[in-house]
Design a protein around this ligand. Structure first.
Ligand code: SF4
Ligand code: SF4
Length: 341
């Protein structure tokens, strides 16, 4: 559908929140917790903050939880019974305050979960989520959305994108999907017709730092480069970068058995872990950290665009903010672009 542009008063956001609660929506929004901005279930509008550049964790947990029981089984006299996840048990969620680099990541994650196999659990969860994006008026030195095809007011992935028109201004609401229209219908009176509004002048300027197509082309001949060793010298293999990333989708499957019953659990994993590719024979095709770092960059900037026609990085900068060893993906991508092979 074509975007429908409306205005909503700054003071009316709280009324919108209340209208969604009255319609039994579970609202998950950014809140200050232990000095960090995290997505959490918000029962009151006062719990939600708008004073943040980016949340520490991405919003991917909404459709791809950190740990998830994908089935439960039990043995009895009649045989084995297996129970999967019932879509009826998945709540309808409104995800409030998603930055554009997170919203676009939902599509990139979806490309992975629908590549060779359609992941029904992921798709069912996503079908119950409505994304209320909020454009960016602030950025930091880690942000590089414009280098990977995004921008601080990108509408992709949001059902409604709100852009604040000045520091204390009202909001432009771009209603982008049927799910977005449904939200508006719950509080129609709050959304006024918008005149001509140039939202671009209210967005933060994020300079383009590298050309992602140049990096992609460079990677076709870069596999054996010594640059990977240089770049990964500091890397501890802790996996924090993958856990905060909106597009990292590696997972492991574990069975937890208790006598005659048990569960099968899907949990996040990371290509940065030394055991990630360890074979039962003892052979590990990615024995050292430089090979694991190379895999992370190759996957996001070469394999994903080749296979799925999307990049696996939204430029959110979370991995660099979270890294305990100060690995900075933006600096590494610039040095790959500038390297002479
Ligand atoms: S967060 Fe930093 S140290 Fe940890 S695996 Fe990622 S790059 Fe390496
Ligand atoms: S690789 Fe880093 S900058 Fe890119 S999407 Fe993931 S966390 Fe964000």
């Amino acid at each position: 559908m074509n975007s429908d542009r409306r205005l909503i008063r700054k003071d009316s956001l709280e009324k919108l929140f209340k209208a969604l609660k009255q319609n039994n929506k579970t609202i998950i929004g950014p809140a200050l917790q232990n000095g960090k901005i995290s997505y959490k279930i918000s029962n009151n509008y006062s719990e939600i903050t708008s004073d943040y550049i980016q949340t520490t964790q991405s919003s991917k947990e909404i459709a791809f939880p950190r740990t998830e029981k994908i089935l439960a089984y039990s043995k009895n006299a009649e045989g084995m019974s297996v129970k999967g996840i019932d879509i009826k048990d998945i709540p309808e969620i409104v995800l409030w305050g998603v930055r554009p680099c997170d919203a676009i990541g939902i599509g990139e994650l979806s490309a992975i979960f629908n590549w060779d196999y359609k992941d029904e659990i992921f798709n069912n969860r996503l079908s119950k989520v409505t994304v209320l994006g909020f454009s960016c008026s602030k950025a930091d030195e880690y942000c590089f959305c414009t280098s990977v095809g995004g921008n601080p007011g990108n509408t992709e992935g949001s059902d409604i994108l709100f852009t604040q028109l000045g520091e204390n201004g009202d909001y432009l609401a771009e209603i982008l999907t049927e799910k977005g229209s449904l939200i508006v219908s719950m509080a129609e009176a709050l959304f006024e017709r918008a005149g001509k509004v140039e939202k671009e002048k209210f967005l933060v300027d994020v300079p383009v730092r590298f050309n992602h197509e140049d990096v992609r082309n460079k990677l076709t001949t870069f596999f054996e480069s010594g640059e990977w060793v240089q770049q990964s010298l500091k890397c501890l293999g802790c996996g924090a970068c993958a856990y905060v990333c909106p597009t990292c989708a590696c997972f492991d499957i574990q069975d937890e058995a208790h006598g005659k019953s048990g569960s099968r659990v899907r949990c996040w994993d990371s290509c940065g872990f030394s055991l990630f590719t360890l074979h039962t024979s003892g052979h590990n095709p990615r024995e050292v950290q430089s090979q694991r770092w190379r895999q992370r960059i190759m996957h996001k900037f070469s394999y994903m665009p080749d296979r799925l026609s999307v990049f696996g990085c939204t430029g959110c900068g979370r991995c660099s903010r979270a890294c305990p060893a100060d690995m900075n993906i933006l600096e590494h991508l610039i040095s790959i672009q500038e390297a002479t092979v």
